[in-house]
Design a protein around this ligand. Structure first.
Ligand SMILES: [Zn+2]
Length: 442
């Protein structure tokens, strides 16, 4: 009797779409030890400056990228060749680039885990291969880049190890990008590659510095991390901008919805963590590799530590006035890097298990007592959820599951007082990102 009841209970929980055991298993599978080992390996290449040696097998960016490629290949071997591993590269020249010391290939290492149902839908997790010394043009001095950004690179490799044990409906891309420090070259190259190959990019999770828990301001915190997202797409049209004045959406672009998705997944599955959404593209005046994807209209966010230490990034290793400078491995907290890797892994697993988001989401209800919605049904969805929130709230605080329909009226909810969005729900309860209405009807 007991044996019968337990599976039944389990089934009930899963079908309600509350939480999925698979996601908890993924969190438990991420290893701080393996992340530590990989960061150490990357640090041992001395410098990974994009313009450093490419011939040596022990020092420089060439050795680093060959090791990353071989690591992805051995992960692939363990999953029946489930990863398609290749270099994606672009040539950059000194001419016209202030921060390029000499012409060179900027080489990214890409590993793709093809989706079983939607192979052309892609979720991308990126870390960076390259590092830099105090002078970004200096490609010979030691630049361990342990936190910036061997941590993000190691997290990306570890996520591939964990997620390659599963199959997902959508494709997952694990990528080591290069040329970050001199002008986001690697990200621009891959974003262009994605566009040219008509990838349907669900989201880019750019991991840049995920291992420091001790801020330059003295704050120590191993629970909080930041999710940076731009408010609205950089390439929106003038008409879209004008319509926003009347219908809203200033803080509801596709990257922001991705940020909210990550925030919600973490709150659900890793309640010990403290995800901090930051309503801006990146740190004040600073850059990251999600930006070139945003430039082309792809949703993308930056995931990173909450407390940076500027003495330990972009600095030659040295001691001055009692302060130790340099991005050395001693400052990386591997347990924290493991947590942020798990943050990525569970979000990619959720997104890759969910149906596509609904398109053509229309909203109505002007001078009426209730808000009304119409949307195009999505193949693979078992139902839809309408989300709403007060206009001043950062998160989707209210929701209603409405089943497998393509229109719905939220009785008694006045359109003027809330923002609304709709997500598609899959058979296992996994949800697409929320879509902000892009049409109005009367
Ligand atoms: Zn950097």
């Amino acid at each position: 009797m007991k044996k019968l009841i337990i599976p039944l209970l389990l089934f009930t929980c899963i079908s309600l779409g509350q939480t999925s055991q698979k996601i908890y298993d993924i969190i438990d599978s991420v290893s701080a030890k393996r992340i530590e080992k990989d960061i150490q390996t990357l640090v041992n290449f001395g410098t990974r400056n994009t313009f450093s040696d490419t011939i040596s097998n022990t020092r420089g960016i060439g050795a680093a990228r060959r090791w990353i490629k071989s690591e992805f290949e051995s992960i692939s071997k363990n999953c029946n060749n489930c990863l398609d591993v290749f270099y994606q590269k672009d040539f950059v020249t000194k001419e016209g680039n202030r921060r390029v010391p000499h012409d060179a290939w900027v080489v990214n290492v890409v590993a793709i885990q093809k989706g079983t149902k939607y192979p052309n839908r892609y979720i991308i997790m990126s870390g960076d291969i390259d590092s830099r010394a105090s002078d970004t043009m200096d490609f010979t001095t030691d630049a361990p880049g342990a936190n910036d950004n061997a941590s993000g690179m190691a997290g990306t490799i570890e996520a591939a190890r964990v997620l390659s044990n599963y199959q997902f409906e959508s494709s997952i891309v694990y990528v080591g990008l290069s040329g970050e420090e001199q002008g986001l070259f690697g990200g621009s190259g891959l974003a262009k590659y994605a566009k040219e190959n008509n990838w349907d990019v669900i989201g880019v999770l750019n991991n840049d510095m995920i291992g420091n828990i001790k801020g330059v301001d003295g704050v120590i915190d191993n629970r909080t991390f930041r999710i940076f997202s731009e408010p609205v797409p950089a390439n929106e049209t003038e008409r879209e901008r004008q319509l926003r004045r009347f219908y809203g959406g200033e803080v509801d672009g596709i990257s922001r919805q991705l940020a909210r998705y990550v925030h919600k997944t973490v709150k659900t599955y890793m309640p010990e963590m403290n995800p901090m959404m930051v309503y801006r593209l990146d740190r004040f005046g600073r850059g990251g590799h999600h930006r070139p994807f945003n430039d082309l209209g792809f949703p993308g966010i930056r995931i990173m530590e909450a407390h940076e230490n500027y003495n330990q990034q972009h600095q030659d290793i040295r001691e001055e006035n009692g302060i130790k400078y340099g991005d050395v491995i001693e400052h990386v907290n591997f347990e924290y890097a493991k947590k942020l890797t798990a943050v990525n892994a569970i979000n990619m697993a959720s997104l890759a298990s969910a149906p596509p988001a609904p398109k053509n989401v229309a909203i109505g209800g002007i001078v009426e007592p209730s808000a009304k919605f119409k949307w195009d049904k999505v193949e693979g969805a078992v139902g839809y959820k309408i989300y709403w929130r007060y206009t001043t709230s950062p998160t989707w605080d209210y929701s209603r599951y409405v089943g497998d329909v393509s229109e719905f009226t939220l009785e008694g909810i006045v359109i003027d007082n809330f923002f609304f969005g709709i997500a598609a729900i899959g058979k296992d309860g996994f949800e697409s990102p929320v879509v902000f209405p892009n049409k109005v009807f009367r």
